[in-house]
Design a protein around this ligand. Structure first.
Ligand code: SF4
Ligand code: SF4
Length: 356
C-alpha cells in the first residue's frame, strides 16, 4: 500500500491568527491541487455552536478562499444542519449563527451554501462498498460540488473519542437522516441509584427524550438521537452509554459516510487540519472551552485517513499523549482510522514533510 504525504507547518503555542494565516498560505502552496478552471469547490468547515469560540476563525478560512480564487475556481463555504434542536438545526438559524461568529460577506469572499437545504433533508443516496452500509445519505450540494477543501478542527469527541477530518466529512456532510443512521446504535440509560434528579440532562437534551416519572429520570429510546449531551452534562455518573457498541459503530459509520461524501471527487480533495485551540469536546458543544493540549500547527494532505493519523501522532509527539487519549482515555479513535483504511478511503501510513 502506498504511503500518503502529509505536509506540516509547525506553530508555537498560542500563535496569532495572522501567523496561522501565513502558515495556511505556505502549506496551501505545497499541496497538490488538481482543480479545473471554474470548478465549484466546497470548503467544508464548522462555524461553531453558539457559545463556542475555539472554532477555526473566519480570517483563516478566508485565506483558503483567496487561494482558491487565485486558482480560478469558484469556492463556497458549506455546512449542514444538526440532527438535534439548537442554533444550527436549519439553514436560516445556522446562517445567522455563522454571521454572528464573523462569517459575513465582509469577512469571507465566498458565499455560504447549506449543502442539505433549508431543513437538512436535501440528500443523495450514494452507493458505497462499505461493511455496515451499501449506500449513504449525503447532503445533495456536497455531492454536486466539483471538489472539496475540507478544513477541520481536531478535538476530542464524547462518543468517538476524537474527531477531525473523517468526522467533518462523514458526520458533517451527511443529511439529517444520514446523521441519524450513524448515531442509531448509541442508546444511553440513566442509572437511578446514581441520579440525584437535578434535571440537567432533561434541560439539555436536544430531542426532548428525557422524562421525569415518580421522581426518576428516564430516556425514551425512540426519541433519543444519541448525541451524548446528557452524558456530558451529568456530574453524577448517572448516564451510561454502551461504549463498546456505541463508539465502535459510530466510528465505523463515520468512516463509511466519509467514503460516500467524497466518492465522486476523490482526486479533487484537499484536507487541512488546524491543530490549534484543541479542546476536549467538539465545536458542537454549546460552551466555551479551554484547550486541553498546546497548539501544534497546520497539516495538509490529499489523504483523509493519513491526515487524521498524523494529527494523533503529532499531538502525541508534542504532548506525550495524543488528543484522543487525553480527551477520552477509555475510547479508541483507532477504530475510525482502521475502518477507513479497510474500506479504501485512505492509508494510515504516511510521509511527513515538515515545512520549517
Ligand atoms: S443530570 Fe445526571 S443526576 Fe441530574 S437528573 Fe440527569 S441523570 Fe440525574
Ligand atoms: S443522547 Fe441523551 S441528550 Fe442526546 S438525545 Fe439521547 S437522551 Fe437526549
Amino acid at each position: 500500500m502506498n504511503n500518503a504525504v502529509v505536509y506540516f507547518e509547525p506553530l508555537s503555542n498560542k500563535s496569532t491568527i495572522d501567523k496561522t494565516v501565513v502558515a495556511i498560505d505556505n502549506i496551501f502552496n505545497r499541496i497538490d491541487t488538481s482543480f479545473s478552471k471554474k470548478d465549484m469547490i466546497a470548503i467544508k468547515t464548522h462555524f461553531g455552536e453558539e457559545k463556542n469560540d475555539t472554532h477555526i476563525a473566519p480570517k483563516i478560512i478566508n485565506k483558503i478562499v483567496d487561494k482558491l480564487i487565485e486558482l480560478n475556481v469558484n469556492p463556497f463555504l458549506t455546512e449542514t444542519s444538526t440532527l438535534y434542536a439548537g442554533a444550527r438545526d436549519n439553514a436560516i438559524k445556522h446562517l445567522k449563527l455563522a454571521y454572528r461568529h464573523g462569517f459575513t460577506p465582509q469577512n469571507i469572499k465566498a458565499p455560504i451554501i447549506m449543502a442539505d437545504g433549508l431543513l437538512g433533508d436535501l440528500e443523495i443516496e450514494v452507493k458505497i462498498d462499505g461493511i455496515l452500509n451499501k449506500s449513504v445519505k449525503i447532503a445533495r450540494d456536497a455531492v454536486l460540488s466539483d471538489g472539496f477543501v475540507v478544513l477541520s478542527h481536531p478535538t476530542g469527541h464524547i462518543v468517538a473519542g476524537f474527531g477531525a477530518c473523517l468526522k467533518n466529512l462523514g458526520m458533517g456532510l451527511s443529511s439529517k437522516k444520514g446523521k441519524l443512521v450513524q448515531h442509531s446504535s448509541i442508546k444511553p440509560k440513566i442509572i437511578s441509584r446514581n441520579c440525584i434528579n437535578c434535571g440537567m440532562c432533561k434541560k439539555w437534551c436536544p430531542a426532548d427524550a428525557i422524562i421525569e416519572k415518580d421522581n426518576k429520570m428516564f430516556i425514551l429510546e425512540d426519541k433519543c438521537i444519541g448525541c451524548g449531551e446528557c452524558l456530558a452534562v451529568c456530574k453524577y455518573s448517572a448516564v451510561k452509554f454502551n461504549w463498546g457498541v456505541g463508539s465502535v459503530e459510530l466510528q465505523k459509520n463515520i468512516a463509511e459516510y466519509a467514503l460516500g461524501a467524497i466518492k465522486n471527487k476523490r482526486d479533487k480533495c484537499i484536507f487541512i487540519n488546524v491543530l490549534t485551540n484543541m479542546t476536549k469536546e467538539c465545536d458542537c458543544m454549546d460552551k466555551k472551552q479551554k484547550p486541553t493540549i498546546p497548539d501544534v500547527g497546520i497539516l495538509a494532505s490529499n489523504d483523509p485517513v493519513a491526515i487524521d493519523q498524523a494529527t494523533l501522532d503529532l499531538t502525541e509527539e508534542a504532548n506525550g499523549i495524543d488528543l484522543g487519549k487525553k480527551s477520552y482515555p477509555k475510547l479508541d479513535p483507532n477504530i475510525q482510522l482502521d475502518h477507513a483504511q479497510k474500506i479504501g478511503l485512505g492509508v494510515r501510513q504516511y510521509k511527513l514533510e515538515r515545512l520549517k
